[in-house]
Write a protein that binds this ligand. Structure first.
Ligand code: ATP
Length: 199
């Protein structure tokens, strides 16, 4: 079975960009946040849990998710958000396990924005942190999403501070536009291949 490696980083740190480099090396990547959005529509267990907790109005007649309705509930009340997460995280875990079992690569990556915050990092053999200076992250997200500086800062505030994540990570990639990403990924790739070989 492939070795499971988590990869995360604060908003705008460049974790998706780094994952694309790993993909070029043939490493399969599971994008947990994208997958979670899909599962909220396609996973029958999860759909039922959401409907019974938040009401039938959580879905439109065509069975697509009423995101606005759900967001209004969960972003006002941390307890409701906790409940939604308690349904979504196990569903993502189930999907990740199923996906990982089908992979042939020596190791696979699981990309998630809240890898440490959600506790799901514990399910991985190793975890990688992509780091970037805060000022650069803010500029990148403003440019990418046309989001206001205030909104970016508000979202970043919901994530663990960089120092806390650094203590929990096993490997690091600096995406500060001074050190090139590709040589760092190549070095880490060799290291992870070695770890996979040893395990
Ligand atoms: P989020 O958590 O918000 O999804 P992320 O950590 O996945 O963000 P990316 O989407 O990979 O971050 O990067 C944010 C933006 O910064 C993207 O538009 C990306 O193209 C750009 N970017 C990332 N790294 C670099 C770099 N080294 N040089 C130039 N642009 C970069």
């Amino acid at each position: 079975m492939s070795l499971k490696v988590g990869i995360t980083g604060g908003m705008g740190s460049g974790k998706t960009t780094v994952c694309k480099v790993f993909e070029l090396l043939g490493i399969p990547v599971f994008y947990a946040d994208d997958e979670a959005k899909k599962l909220m529509i396609t996973d029958p267990i999860l759909v039922e849990e959401i409907k019974s907790a938040f009401g039938k109005a959580a879905y439109f007649d065509d069975q697509t998710l009423n995101r606005k309705y759900i967001s209004n509930i969960v972003f006002k009340d941390p307890e409701q958000l906790k409940m939604l997460n308690s349904f979504v995280h196990p569903a993502v875990f189930r999907a990740m396990e199923q996906w990982a079992n089908q992979q042939k690569a020596p190791y696979v990556l699981k990309e998630a924005a809240l890898l440490f915050e959600s506790g799901s990092y514990q399910q991985n053999r190793f975890n990688i942190l992509v780091s970037s200076p805060l000022a650069l992250r803010i500029i990148r997200v403003i440019q990418r999403d046309q989001m206001s500086r205030e909104k970016v800062l508000e979202r970043i505030k919901n994530q663990f501070p960089e120092e806390k994540k650094a203590q929990m990570a096993d490997f690091f990639i600096q995406n500060n536009e001074q050190e090139f990403i590709i040589p760092q990924v190549l070095k880490l790739h060799q290291e992870l291949l070695k770890k996979a070989h040893e395990s």
